[in-house]
Design a protein around this ligand. Structure first.
Ligand SMILES: Nc1ncnc2c1ncn2[C@@H]1O[C@H](COP(=O)(O)OP(=O)(O)OP(=O)(O)O)[C@@H](O)[C@H]1O
Ligand code: SF4
Ligand SMILES: [Mg+2]
Length: 316
């Protein structure tokens, strides 16, 4: 399968503002992260709250400027593009947000929400736009009745369907789904996941599927990346990650899935602050296998198995 997106050494720090001008610390939300997304796959990104998943997803499609590193999309280094050219590439990369209520403008009707991408990118005539948004609405399981509704008149699942239709408007290649079903009831989650899967087949979409829910990621992903405190600690095929995880953090995360047949590994301690991460391996303060080397030397992500199975751990 060919590679669609190459993320190379991505870094995104947020300055810490607490009123003291001598405070130069920052939140190291994404720190030197590299991985590939293959064309047509669903790449699942998991990790505890605050580990940097959303920041990574946003940085990847230029919603946040990077502090370091580069993103190669379809062979093109996005940082090398002029503003107008980047806008063209942006059409290929869309984002579906966690909270459909917050991501849809409450003051405009569904019709105008869906027309927005066409207006911003100056695509299509008025008639073409009208036809396309009706088609999109039907494609996501809504009807023209919903065109004149405001977001607050829709259920959570319907709002997320509008968010999906909006993401599809300009025929994207990559969609970053950031906790796209986390805010929905379980029964609605399954419907929206099925819709995303159907759309992927019909439109050859590639997904970066971000979720703190390992069961959901298990269900949808072809490959999986595990993040801890701003770092990617393990990457592998669905089977490699779920059947033979190597990183102690991945193992602990997976052990928490109900009914997966392994003893639960309870991690001691809290996740350290991302503004002051531990030296060496960032996981060492909670790792049951740590050695002195783990405290002094940072493990790099290296090959540990077939088909690009990578893990960052000193202990084999
Ligand atoms: N715009 C921002 N300004 C400052 N700090 C931020 C900003 N966005 C995120 N952070 C911080 O960066 C770190 C990573 O946050 P991020 O939202 O990427 O994590 P996450 O893995 O998506 O978490 P969650 O599962 O809760 O959505 C956190 O410490 C967060 O507080
Ligand atoms: S490098 Fe050491 S501390 Fe880090 S995960 Fe591996 S064994 Fe644990
Ligand atoms: Mg997030």
């Amino acid at each position: 399968m060919d590679v669609m997106v190459q993320a190379q050494g991505l870094r995104k720090y947020f300055p810490l503002r607490d009123g003291r001008i001598w405070n130069r610390r920052s939140v190291k939300a994404v720190d030197n992260v590299s991985f590939d997304i293959r064309r047509g796959e669903t790449f699942g990104l998991v990790g505890e709250s605050g580990c940097g998943k959303s920041t990574l997803g946003r940085s990847l499609i230029s919603l946040y400027p990077l502090d370091a590193g580069r993103v190669i999309f379809d062979g093109q280094d996005l940082a090398a593009l002029k503003k107008g050219e980047l806008k063209k590439f942006r059409k290929k990369m869309q984002f579906i947000f966690q909270d459909p209520s917050a991501s849809l403008n409450p003051r405009i009707k569904v019709k105008d929400i869906l027309l927005e991408p066409f207006r911003i990118h100056r695509v299509g005539t008025a008639e073409e736009r009208r036809q396309k948004i009706r088609f999109l609405l039907e494609r996501v399981g809504l009807s023209k009745y919903h065109l004149s509704r405001y977001p607050h008149e829709l259920s959570g699942g319907q709002k997320q369907r509008v968010g999906i239709a909006r993401a599809l408007a300009l025929n994207p290649e990559l969609i970053v789904c950031d906790e796209a079903v986390s805010a929905l009831d379980v029964s609605i989650q399954a419907q929206v996941l099925n819709l995303l899967s159907d759309l992927q087949g019909d439109y050859h979409l590639t997904y970066l599927f971000i979720s703190h829910n390992l069961s959901v990621v298990h269900h949808v992903s072809d490959r999986v990346g595990v993040m801890y405190l701003g770092k990617l600690v393990e990457v592998g095929s669905h089977d490699a990650i779920y059947a033979s995880p190597l990183h102690p953090y991945t193992r602990a995360l997976l052990s928490a899935i109900p009914g997966n047949g392994v003893d639960r590994i309870i991690l001691q301690g809290d996740v350290p602050s991302p503004s002051n991460p531990p030296a060496g391996c960032r996981f060492h303060t909670r790792c049951p296998y740590k050695t002195p080397r783990c405290v002094s030397e940072e493990p790099i992500l290296r090959n540990v198995g077939e088909d690009g199975h990578l893990a960052a751990c000193h202990v084999p």
